[in-house]
Structure formats: structure tokens, C-alpha cells
Design a protein around this ligand. Structure first.
Ligand code: 5CA
Length: 446
């Protein structure tokens, strides 16, 4: 993408309404625009990151054997009357009437609708296990929408639903989600710690939240410092192997890590004092096992191998896709702007032409741009007639992890400059070597 032809409405001033750094940088970097309280347009740069996050979620769901579909945002109230949640959900639910005076709602989640799909098409144990998910906009009329996309009213969620014959199989689905989520967040450059939580309006008694540590987080968290060292890494996981998957969950949930809702001071005090930590966290996902809560109320049954009819065992599993942008920025920035992890960056690399209009720098930049494109890497090329300082400031603000700087002096010596946004370190090398390096860096990310 050539910056001269892009739409990147960067703000020079700090927007007064933004209280936390991620909100401030998302507005300043021209990623989002507020349209109403808690409702945002996604401008091109923000939309690119949102799509990267969706892509990672889809890839990791596929790895775990989960199947994508798409349900609508608007739902008929009658489905929710069957579960009893139409009245229970309260003011967070946006209720709408259509022209025929039928009660509708903008979905805050999809347990009822997926249960309806299941009961319409599945009736036998032979069709199980089954896990269906979608990535779709939700609406919750939050009392206090704030911090930009972090607590929106309209927000993008991945929500998945497992259907299993018995409790053991459903708990395996729960564990499978936990492990797939660990890898999902790691690919986004995050450490998200599964913490035992409370279930709220979704129900059930087995639930974990995934928390990214950040001083601006809305949840108070209590944890053993050793839990932050755990990594899934790139180990091969057989998602059908119940013991293997349960073993990984055990590894990640044995050390103490809880939110204030489930905190147990006596247990916490048993952690060696130097590892006992109290902090704040951003909830980027939550998984639930709730058994037959919805299937019983809505008549979603399966015939067992023995020929009896039983309500299907279920759970639901969510990732805050749009909230993740805020969480990643809270976890990765400095005083100049965002520092995107390679896994989610809107563009893999920026090219800065220090002397636009100079035949040699223009030619070298075009060459770099095309060489990267030939390797499947779309650079953001700053080809504007701007001074170098302004170009660097924009690149630093929007946070691309790598920058290639091309100037007449370097070119005279046959070199360009490759700079890491994270460390600030620069290295001179030939244009070919810079392309090779970028290709190498991204080999494991795309
Ligand atoms: N049906 C279940 C699981 S699919 C469910 O709705 N779970 S949830 O309520 O925990 O939401 C899942 C994730 O969505 C949360 O962990 C959080 O990351 C994100 N989320 C929830 N509310 C908001 C909001 N108002 N703004 C942005 N993200 C939100």
C-alpha cells in the first residue's frame, strides 16, 4: 500500500475523551472512529488488524477441529423465552420490534440460536462430537461503555458451542478450547492466563477467564508469578487425545490464578511471598461448561447407542475479538506509539523514502516494495512529500514492527537501514538482505 493513496487519518493531538493508552493510540493512529457511545467504525488500519486477529482465531479453531458457520445479529425473542433468558437478561439486551410488532433483539450471545440449529438437524450420538462457532457482532447495552473497543456496546466476538453425548466428552471439549485459546493468544504476542472465574448470565459452574495482565485492566487478579512463565509454544497437540489435552490444561491451571470473584485468601497465602502477586487484568476470553442447561429447556436431545433419548451436553466459549486490539496495545506500546507483535501487525514492514522525488531513492523504494510483494508481504510505503521526522513519527505511532529507511546517502554506499520498532536498533544492509530478513521474520507468522 502506498501511503499517498491510503486512508490513514492520523491525529496530531491527544483526543481528550481517551482515558487509557490503547484508546488514545487507536484514535490517533486513525484505526477507529466513534459513532455513538460504545459503537465504532473500523477505519482501514484498524480493520486490517481486526481481520488479522480473526484469521488467527479461525486457524486455531480449525486446528482444534471446530467448524465455522454464521448466525445473524438479530434474533427472535421467542427463542429466548424458551430458555427463560428473555426476561432474565435485563437492560443489557437491546430489544427491538419489527413492523409486525414482533419482539426481536440484537444478540448479546448465541446459546439459544445454536441450540435451535442443533435440535433442528441433529438427533443421534453418531453425529457427535460437534463444535460450531462463528465470529459475529454482538450488542450489549453496557451501563458504562468505555476505554474504546475495550468495553463497547457493539463488539466482535468469537463464540463457539460444543455438543457432546456425556459429561466427560463435554469436559474434553472444554479442555480443547482452553488449549486452542492458549495458542491463539500466544500467536498474538500475548500472555493470557486462564483464571478460575464466575459464570454470570451464561450459567454453569465450570468456567475460566483468560486474562492479559495490564494496569488498566478492569478485573482485579491474584496470581502466582510463576504462572506468567508458562508457554505452550509450538508443541504439536493431538486435540483428540483426551489425556494429552487434559494434561496441558492441568499444567496451566494448577498454579494459583484467580479473579476477585473467586479469590481465596487462605489459598493465596500459601504461595511463597516473593511470588504472590496482586494486579489487574483484561479479560480477552471465557470458556463455560454448563451441561444441559439450554438443551433441556429447549428440547435438544440425542439418541444414545443404547437407544435412549438424552439432552445433549453443552458448553460455550468466547473470545473478545475487537477487545483484543485494545488488550494487545495495552501490552505492547511505548511513548511514541503502538508496537504491533508480528502476528497481528496491519502491515509487516514500512518503507520510508527520505527523499521523495529523487530518482535513486524512488527507484530503490519501488524495487523493495515489489520484491516484498513478490514474497507475499505487503509493505506500507510512505511515498508522501513529507519531511523525514514526520514520516518517522507516523511509522512509530502506527507501530509496524519493522521499518526500512531509504536515503540518498545510504544508497550511494549500496545500503538501506532496517530498524526494529521494539528495540529501536538499526542495521545497514543491502536492499536484498533487508528483504530476506523480513521474509525470515515472518516465515513463522503467516
Ligand atoms: N456465550 C459466552 C461464550 S461464547 C459469552 O458470551 N461469554 S462472555 O460474556 O464472557 O464474552 C466473551 C468475551 O467477549 C469476553 O471474554 C470479552 O473478551 C468479550 N466481551 C464481553 N463483553 C464485551 C464488551 N462489552 N466489549 C468488548 N468485548 C466484550
Amino acid at each position: 500500500m502506498r501511503l499517498s493513496r491510503y486512508f490513514l487519518p492520523v491525529l496530531k493531538e491527544n483526543p481528550a475523551e481517551a482515558q487509557i493508552v490503547s484508546h488514545r493510540y487507536m484514535l490517533r493512529a486513525g484505526m477507529i472512529k466513534q459513532q455513538a457511545a460504545g459503537i465504532y467504525s473500523w477505519l482501514p488500519l484498524g480493520y486490517r488488524v481486526l481481520r488479522r486477529i480473526e484469521q488467527i482465531v479461525h486457524e486455531e479453531q480449525a486446528r482444534a477441529g471446530h467448524i465455522p458457520l454464521l448466525m445473524p445479529t438479530l434474533q427472535p425473542a421467542d427463542l429466548w423465552r424458551e430458555s427463560g433468558r428473555y426476561d432474565d437478561y435485563g437492560q443489557e439486551m437491546l430489544r427491538i420490534k419489527d413492523r409486525h410488532e414482533r419482539d426481536m433483539l440484537y444478540g448479546p450471545t448465541n446459546e439459544e440460536m445454536i441450540t435451535d440449529i442443533f435440535r433442528s438437524h441433529v438427533g443421534s450420538y453418531k453425529d457427535l462430537p460437534l463444535t460450531l462457532y462463528h465470529i459475529q457482532w454482538k450488542f450489549r447495552d453496557e451501563m458504562r461503555p468505555r476505554f474504546g473497543v475495550m468495553r463497547g456496546r457493539e463488539f466482535l466476538m468469537k463464540d463457539g458451542y460444543n455438543f457432546d453425548l456425556d459429561k466427560d466428552a463435554a469436559l474434553h471439549a472444554y479442555n480443547r478450547h482452553m488449549v486452542s485459546y492458549l495458542r491463539t493468544y500466544e500467536r498474538m504476542g500475548l500472555t493470557a492466563i486462564p483464571m478460575r472465574a464466575a459464570s454470570g448470565p451464561i450459567g454453569g459452574d465450570n468456567t475460566h477467564e483468560f486474562l492479559v495482565l495490564a494496569s488498566t485492566g478492569e478485573s482485579e487478579v491474584f496470581y502466582d508469578a510463576a504462572v506468567t512463565e508458562l508457554k505452550l509454544g509450538d508443541r504439536e497437540v493431538d486435540f483428540d487425545n483426551r489425556d494429552e489435552v487434559a494434561g496441558i490444561c492441568q499444567e496451566f491451571t494448577t498454579l494459583y490464578a484467580r479473579t476477585d470473584e473467586t479469590h481465596d485468601a487462605a489459598l493465596f497465602d500459601q504461595i511463597p511471598e516473593d511470588r504472590r502477586k496482586v494486579g489487574r487484568g483484561i479479560e480477552v476470553g471465557q470458556i463455560f461448561y454448563f451441561g444441559t442447561k439450554y438443551s433441556e429447556a429447549m428440547g435438544a436431545t440425542v439418541v444414545t447407542p443404547e437407544g435412549t433419548k438424552v439432552p445433549v451436553e453443552m458448553g460455550s466459549h468466547g473470545i473478545g475479538v475487537s477487545r483484543l486490539l485494545g488488550a494487545i496495545i495495552e501490552a505492547s506500546h511505548d511513548d511514541k506509539g503502538i508496537i504491533w507483535p508480528e502476528g497481528v501487525t496491519p502491515f509487516p514492514v514500512g518503507i520510508v523514502n527520505l527523499k521523495q522525488g529523487d530518482a535513486s531513492t524512488d527507484l530503490a523504494c519501488e524495487g523493495l516494495y515489489k520484491a516484498l510483494a513478490a514474497k507475499g508481504l505487503e509493505a506500507l510505503y510512505d511515498d508522501r512529500e513529507e519531511r523525514a521526522g514526520a514520516k518517522f513519527a507516523t511509522m512509530d505511532l502506527i507501530g509496524l514492527p519493522w521499518r526500512i529507511t531509504v536515503g540518498p546517502r545510504g544508497l550511494a554506499n549500496g545500503v538501506v537501514e532496517l530498524t526494529s520498532r521494539r528495540t529501536g536498533e538499526s542495521e545497514e544492509m543491502s536492499a536484498e538482505a533487508a528483504v530476506d530478513r523480513i521474509v525470515q521474520v515472518y516465515a513463522g507468522h503467516r
